[in-house]
Design a protein around this ligand. Structure first.
Ligand code: NAD
Length: 695
């Protein structure tokens, strides 16, 4: 097999080029190729200096992460980089595209560093739950100082070439052809007889305060994560130990992180997110429909946020409301949102105006006649939705995509009032729609493949993570949430408190527990739905037999919006304080239901909440509502604040072992009844000793 790395001499300069598309990942063949390229260059008497450069679109953009967890095939990256740094001939890195991770570490090991003006560099290892493991934490601080290195390494952010030049990462930026420029730079190094500079020989100093303060500074943002703190430890080592010792310690920390369950979860998510964009029976080359203009129906909570997504992507939006007043209000909120972003410095006033100029408000649905896609976000009521879709069917041009943002209703029933079910799809945005990254793309029975493919592409364009789901009540995310919420309610009846349940879930790593979440979303929404579903007789009886959730709403405890819900709130403060009133309602309900309160262990709380998600997830998989278990994980991480370092509920269950999860669920069924009936798929996998990831 020919090597992905080639060697060629240009004048006095040996050029080592890697060609391993698409991103020149640093797999074994590339590492070996670099080592050989260097050897050839050193043996080539005509070469007085060497240039290392990427072919195709980029300098190496990182390790080959499919090799993670497998035994290392020599040479390792550190060895390759040591080879470059210890070269007796000057080595010049020439960067274009993105020099990331191991690619960036090669750059740092070279004696001189030049880049195309459009290049970027960074050490994003932290995002995979690891630290840079080939000298990144030891060399970068020696160039840019400890503070800047900490910022770069713990965030994993990319730095653009002009900034990297100022930081001292690059010596020169090259306009025009990079290879020619790099060779010319190398000729200069030769002509001027510039001495070889080894980054490892530079020194870096910083007070221990710098590191302590940095730890404190990221404590909130990085709560629960291991790797950002390990990155800080390793950079601190660069200031405390000689280079070789720092490198040895970096290696130890790298291996510790790599073998942690957290990194396994984060690496799993990296692939899960990419896999989610594939729809099994929709080929990659499916022709797409044009999507140049959008219409949004309803300028309420969701409609406004949905419109903003399109405006942000430069797509003109026509937004329709029933009355002028509601329209003005909806558009006013969009403007205020943008103005607030501008006040925070994240948009210029000019950008605010550009986005608003793309928005047209109207009260006439006929104005949707020429748009390429309409997203309906009117009241959650089947009759209203049907009425609207029948009208859209008459108004919209042929081939327009007709989407509903319904969160609970049957997309097939909505499609049935049109004579073009192939064009109808569900696009389930999450609130706030302009912020939340998840988009459940609901495939109806008749949805055409090109409509699905177009919506997947659209999701990317409007910066959402799109996941295809099938039609069922609540789709994937909310359907699973139902069991999780039911368990949290039951546990407070049985003896836990809202604060105890919330703390367990928060400590597990979710952004907030179920009761804090309910207070944020508003307890009255579910209460009104439950009231609507009860018969008159049941309604009359309800105040005596009702659940705790109903009773707290009966007395107006709707959540943060009324300053009291499951918790008490002080005006202008979102901190939840336990409420005596709620605790006494809980006791009343226990008395009415003859429940003897018992103390519930945190471990039981965690299992009942998370395994409720897992069991329902298994049913969803079996029914084909989700294409793959990793899609469910993506939904939970991007839509429900599940911690990425757990890899999602299904991946977590795999890590615990499905046999163990199944055994616990069987015990719960014995004690708590058939809500805990194990999903047949879970039973089967557990008995076969398999995982969801084996499917
Ligand atoms: P909302 O009450 O805030 O907004 C609905 C808007 O639609 C109102 O302004 C109303 O005047 C307008 N409207 C009603 N009928 C109309 C018609 N025929 N033509 C034009 N405008 C019309 O409701 P919302 O929270 O934005 O929810 C809208 C949809 O989004 C619902 O289907 C809901 O289930 C779904 N959804 C809501 C959330 C959420 O958290 N709020 C999340 C996901 C999905």
């Amino acid at each position: 097999m020919s090597s992905p790395v080639s060697y060629e001499r240009k004048g006095n300069v040996g050029v080592i080029t890697v060609n391993n598309p698409p991103v020149n990942a640093l797999g074994h063949a590339v590492r070996q190729g670099f080592a050989n390229g260097l050897k050839t260059g050193l043996a080539d008497d005509g070469a007085k200096a060497l240039v290392v450069i990427g072919g195709g679109r980029t300098f190496p953009a990182g390790a080959d992460i499919t090799e993670f967890g497998k035994p290392l095939q020599e040479p390792g990256l550190t060895e390759v980089i040591d080879g470059f740094e210890n070269s007796t001939k000057p080595v010049i890195a020439a960067v274009h595209g993105t020099a990331l991770g191991g690619g960036m570490e090669i750059v740092l090991g070279c004696h001189f560093r030049v880049a195309a003006t459009t290049a970027m560099c960074g050490l994003p290892e932290v995002k995979l739950g690891i630290i840079p493991g080939a000298g990144g934490t030891q060399r970068l601080p020696r160039i840019v100082g400890a503070q800047t290195a900490l910022e770069m390494i713990t965030s994993g952010n990319f730095i653009k070439a002009p900034k990297a030049l100022k930081m001292g990462i690059f010596d020169e930026l090259i306009e025009g052809d990079l290879e020619e420029g790099a060779v010319a730079f190398a000729e200069k190094v030769i002509a001027e007889n510039r001495p070889i500079r080894k980054v490892s020989e530079l020194s870096v100093e910083a007070d221990s305060d710098v590191f302590e303060n940095f730890r404190k500074g990221i404590a909130r943002k990085s709560r629960g994560y291991l790797s950002p703190f390990k990155c800080i430890d390793s950079v601190e080592n660069a200031t405390k130990f000689p280079f070789d010792e720092g490198m040895a310690k970096e290696r130890e920390i790298f291996i510790e992180c790599l073998s942690s369950p957290q990194s396994a979860g984060q690496r799993f998510m990296f692939f899960a997110e990419r896999t989610a964009s594939k729809v099994n029976d929709v080929p990659k080359d499916t022709p797409l429909r044009d999507l140049k203009t959008a219409g949004v129906l309803g300028a309420g909570t969701m409609g406004g946020g949905i419109a903003m997504n399109f405006l942000n992507a430069g797509i003109p939006v026509t937004i329709v409301e029933m009355a002028q007043e509601a329209l003005d209000k909806g558009i006013g909120i969009i403007r205020t949102n943008y103005e607030n972003t501008a006040k925070k410095g994240r948009l210029t006033q000019e950008q605010v105006e550009e986005r608003m100029a793309l928005l047209t408000g109207t009260t006439d649905m006929n104005d949707l006649a020429s748009v390429d896609i309409v997203i309906e976000a009117v009241f959650e009521n089947m009759e209203v939705k049907k009425d609207v879709f029948a009208k859209l069917n008459g108004i919209c041009k042929e081939g327009a995509i007709l989407a509903s943002n319904t969160s609970t209703l049957d997309v097939n029933e909505i499609a049935s009032v049109t004579d073009r079910p192939q064009d109808v799809i569900g696009l389930h945005f999450f609130s706030p729609a302009n912020v939340m990254p998840l988009l459940e793309i609901v495939r109806g029975a008749g949805t055409a493949k090109d409509v699905l493919a177009t919506c997947m592409k659209m999701a990317k364009k409007i910066s959402k993570v799109g996941v295809v789901v099938g039609v069922c009540e609540g789709f994937v995310g909310n359907r699973m949430l139902h069991g999780y919420l039911t368990q949290s309610q039951r546990m407070i009846e049985e003896g836990a408190t809202p604060a105890q349940v919330d703390k367990v879930i928060f400590d597990y790593g979710l952004a907030m527990g179920p009761f804090t979440m309910a207070d944020l979303a508003g307890n009255d929404v579910g209460w009104r739905i439950r009231l609507g579903k009860l018969s008159d007789e049941e309604r009359a009886e309800r105040s005596y037999t009702g659940t705790i959730a109903d009773r707290i709403c009966d007395i107006g405890r709707f959540g943060q919006k009324t300053s009291k819900g499951w918790y008490d709130y002080k005006t202008g403060d979102r901190t939840p304080y336990p409420s005596d009133e709620v605790l006494s309602i809980i006791e009343d309900v226990r008395r009415d239901k003859d429940i003897n309160a018992r103390s519930i262990e945190d471990d039981e709380i965690l299992k009942r909440c998370i395994y409720a998600l897992v069991n329902e997830g298994a049913k969803i998989l079996e029914e084909g509502i989700a294409q793959r278990s990793s899609d469910i994980d993506v939904i939970y991480i991007y839509g429900y604040g599940f911690p990425p370092y757990r890899g999602g509920p299904m991946f977590y269950a795999d890590q615990v072992g499905l046999k163990n999860v199944y055994a616990d669920i069987c015990k719960f069924q014995e004690t708590h009844g058939d809500v805990w009936e194990p999903a047949p798929l879970l039973k089967k996998l557990a008995e076969e000793g398999k995982s969801f990831s084996d499917l």
